[in-house]
Design a protein around this ligand. Sequence first.
Ligand code: HEM
Length: 430
Amino acid sequence: MTPIPRLQKWDSTLDLLRDPYRFISRNCQNEQSDLFEARLLLQKTYCMRGQEAAQVFYDPDLFSRKGAAPKAVMKTLFGEGGVQSLDEDAHRHRKQMFLSIMTTEQIEQLRVLTERQLTAAVPHWKDMSEVPLYEEFQRVLTMAVCEWAGVPLADSEVRLRTKQLTSLFNDAAKIGMGHIRARLARRQTNAWITDLIQQIRDKQVSLPEHSPALKIAWHRNLKNELLEPQVAAVELLNLLRPVVAISVYMTLIAHALHFHPGYREKLKSGSDECETAFVQEVRRYYPFFPFTAAIVQTYFEWNGYEFPRGKRVLLDLYGTNHDSRIWKEPDLFQPDRFLQREPTPYDFIPQGGGEYAANHRCPGEWITVSLMKLTSRFLTQAIRYKVRDQKLEIDFSQMPALPRDQFVVSSVQAIGSVTASLSRSQRVRI
Ligand code: HEM
């Protein structure tokens, strides 16, 4: 057997937290290996990157997700009892519930609602001396996704629920007060949505027939039982939270357009290929999820290395999207690279890889791409704005990583007809 390179440090958690997106690839580079062992959170952990690593990581017979995510992540970002920590048949069954929501009609409906909220925001932005795009996108998406999912949201509640849903992903990886905020937000959102699940089951609210909230409230597990109300709430929040998190990508689109103004003109041509390539490159180039975790379920060997049962393994998502064996000049922003190649399930993995039904790959990719395309149209064809002097370098020490000043714009003007430019049919392709 080949010995696995081991980092010398007794525990590398602080190094990981200092540079979460580049920790694995930097050490792979140093060790000249796609795999190394480090002690993280006091536990010996394998870290791996690259296309071949992704292929083995997404073999559901070899890995399990139960207990893979640290408690701190379960208590904030994921919630407890959700699809992320299920395995085998229980996972496949629950995942099917999510996949059945992702129909072309539902995705289009969410796009239309988001477009409507963006359009409604413009007059308000015109009156603001400074528009913090990241925060504004969070509000727009909260309103759109609640309406789409069938979650009643009074105008007076928008601010609070936006803050809580955002905290679940924006503060989860923080330490100190930030993390406490995320835990509190998890408790508050769980209570809010558990209450709604009860009301749906007690027929106290009536929702449109195809509402995702209805589907989740009445979903039955493999034993033909309804989910525990708290678990159903975690799953409904598994739709609300990540849609609001698309605000990160929307802000990064504004960032990319600012630094690559040539794409403004290309995007104005309205070609679907060009739009798709631009959005895919934003997902590849910019950091969002650094890595994902699993536990070895059965002993196996890979490339001469032993993987003992119970070992925690991290797969480097950001590093695989920046692997120079896959991507020529990976640190350059070059959307045209996507015109020449179709990504495979293992070489382009910003939202996980493998198959949707059998693996833990993100079921929200179609929605993400659709809303990102909408955003690139909106920012290039529906409004004009100024970008004042501010710190725009990406802060790689934060998760999610954003421009340091989060991208503030001013002098927003509507140009042409907002709705006309946005309502052209858009194909969703990943
Ligand atoms: C904002 C952009 C998004 C990013 C960067 C993202 C990223 C990810 C990643 C990395 C995973 C885990 C993959 C793995 O562990 O192998 C995941 C899983 C998941 N995502 Fe997303 N996601 C996004 C948007 C969405 C959206 C819009 C939805 C739903 C509307 C969604 C719902 C989920 C669910 C339910 C899972 C768990 C799947 C499973 O365990 O089988 N995500 N996502």
